[in-house]
Write a protein that binds this ligand. Structure first.
Ligand SMILES: C[S@@+](CC[C@H](N)C(=O)[O-])C[C@H]1O[C@@H](n2cnc3c(N)ncnc32)[C@H](O)[C@@H]1O
Length: 202
C-alpha cells in the first residue's frame, strides 16, 4: 500500500465524502451491472470509500463486504449506509492480509477507481490475491483510470492491453471491456476516462 495515497485521501476526506456520496451508483455501475451474479451473492467492494456502491449492491439483495483502508471513509460509511447486508473491514491492496485470513471466497469483486493507486509490481501481487478470494467462474469488475492522475493522491499509469495480459497470467479471462466517461465533473474537465474490465476466474 502507498501510505502517501492514504494520507492524501485523509487530508481531503471531508470534501471527498460528499463527492463520493454525490455519485449515482446505478449510473457509475451501468457498464458492469449485466455481469453481476444472481441474488443473493457474496460480494466484496475493495477500496469501497464511503460504501455508496456497497449499499446499492446490498439493496439488490447481495451480501456485501466493504473493504476500505481510510478510517474517515469507513466511519462515515458505517453511519451513512447503516443498512443490513453490509459488513466493513479495514484492509488494503495488494496484500489483503485480513481478508485472506478470513479464508472466504466471493462470487464477485468490485474495484472502482482504485487500481490507479496500485504500483506496477503490487498489481501482480494484488491479482494473485484476488484470484485466491474469487470462486471459480466468479468475477472481478475493475475500472482503470485513463488520463491525468488526481492531485494530492499519486496515480500510476495503466495500459489496458498490459492489464488484460496480466489478468490472463493470473487465471482470469477478460470477458468484457468497455469505455466510460467520468461521472464526476472535475474528472470530465480534466479529460479523465475509464476502462471497465470484467475478469472471470478460470
Ligand atoms: C477514488 S476513491 C473510490 C472510492 C469508491 N470505490 C468509489 O467509487 O466511491 C479510491 C478509494 O481507494 C482507496 N484506496 C487507496 N489505496 C488503496 C489500497 N491500496 N487498497 C485498497 N483501497 C485503497 C481509497 O481509500 C479510496 O477509498
Amino acid at each position: 500500500m502507498d501510505q502517501s495515497v492514504i494520507n492524501g485521501y485523509v487530508s481531503d476526506s471531508d470534501y471527498l465524502i460528499q463527492a463520493f456520496e454525490a455519485i449515482d451508483s446505478a449510473v457509475l455501475l451501468s457498464h458492469i451491472s449485466a455481469f453481476l451474479p444472481e441474488v443473493p451473492a457474496d460480494i466484496v467492494d475493495i477500496g469501497a470509500g464511503t460504501g455508496r456502491d456497497a449499499e446499492w449492491l446490498a439493496s439488490l439483495g447481495h451480501n456485501v463486504l466493504a473493504v476500505e483502508p481510510v478510517d474517515e471513509f469507513r466511519l462515515a460509511g458505517k453511519s451513512i449506509h447503516a443498512v443490513s447486508g453490509i459488513e466493513w473491514m479495514k484492509d488494503y491492496l495488494p496484500a489483503l492480509k485480513k481478508l485472506l485470513n478470513v479464508g472466504k471466497v466471493f462470487d464477485f469483486v468490485l474495484i472502482a477507481s482504485v487500481w490507479q493507486h496500485i504500483k506496477d509490481d503490487d498489481r501482480k501481487i494484488a491479482l494473485g490475491n484476488l484470484r485466491t478470494i474469487v470462486k471459480r467462474k466468479g468475477r472481478v469488475a475493475i475500472s482503470l483510470r485513463n488520463g491525468p492522475g488526481a492531485p494530492n493522491r499519486k496515480c500510476y499509469p495503466v495500459e489496458v492491453g498490459g492489464m488484460i495480459g496480466l489478468a490472463q497470467k493470473f487465471d482470469f479471462n477478460v470477458i468484457s471491456h468497455s469505455e466510460a466517461e467520468s461521472v464526476q465533473k472535475s474528472n470530465q474537465a480534466a479529460g479523465v476516462t475509464w476502462t471497465w474490465l470484467i475478469l472471470e476466474a478460470v
